[in-house]
Write a protein that binds this ligand. Sequence first.
Ligand code: FMN
Length: 329
Amino acid sequence: MNMQTQYMGLKLETPLIIGASPLADDSDRVRALVGAGAGAVVMHSLFQEQLDGEHFSTVYLREMYADAQPRQEDFIDPAAFRASPKEYLAQIERIKRAVEVPVIASLNGSRPGGWIRYAEHIQQAGADALELNLYAFPSDPTISGHDVERQMLDIIRMVAGSVRIPVAVKLSPFLSSLPHFAAAAQKAGAAGLVLFNRVYQVPEDFNASSGENAENHPDGSHLQIRLYWLAVMAQHLNISLAISGGVNTGTDVFKAIKAGAHAAQVVSAVLRQGTDALHDMLAEFQQSMGQQQCQSIEELRGRMRFDQMPDPETCERVRYMRALQQWQA
Ligand SMILES: Cc1cc2nc3c(=O)[nH]c(=O)nc-3n(C[C@H](O)[C@H](O)[C@H](O)COP(=O)(O)O)c2cc1C
């Protein structure tokens, strides 16, 4: 059975990608992950807050969080980041030497700024692709959704325009018209979309400094919304799609590809179960492929596309109404 897939023009031996996380911090672990079946790895992010240096880290955050608890220093302590920008580049080189699979670096920011130039350094260090994470939490009532999206598109255009390597954009599901934004992102130069960022719980006490555990809940509750949007996006876009969030089993991978993904990113399952999780996922995925008599990923991909329904929007309304009407006392 052919497990190869194309993701942003890169050839992957399997559709499993290790998602952005500390899992790629150590070259030996990356080697083990690739040995267990990872087709590519995404490194943890370099954050805008690290890269815009003096100005952003000290001036902007000091003003912004002057009255906040914890103190602004807690947000900007360089030790809080996994690697300095220089170490990050060295890490790309180390991982590239350790494995043959594509290595995808990750830049994470939400406002235009000097950090965008770092994409070129990442390319020079040898990354095969870049994942751009635009995580933001717009809360200013004077800024319209259109303005928020325009700023995101400007960033995509600038990053994609500054490098030759393909750029994937990791999105949040909270945009008013995701298919419209996705098409605009494609036009702005994105070679792929990663669906989606996970939104970590807002703490009950905004001043509490402890963060939520970043791992997913193994009940698969994050998966459904992603499958839905993959099935919608796959009908409109010519770029690559990856799922991120809630992929814990080979059956989840199978569903994601059937819905239109080219690849499936995995983090929590590997953090919980170790590298063996990849072996098990691939075995289960192959079994599901066999049951459906699929010989290749291309054959499976998009079998569940939304546009194969006669009228997807009406179908969705009907499905929704039925769900609300079904309850019996
Ligand atoms: C410990 C940890 C660290 C993470 N670090 C990053 C990061 O640096 N950049 C990023 O874009 N996503 C990061 N993520 C999010 C993951 O890439 C992924 O989107 C999320 O965990 C959902 O996938 P999962 O359900 O397989 O865990 C991190 C997740 C975890 C659990």
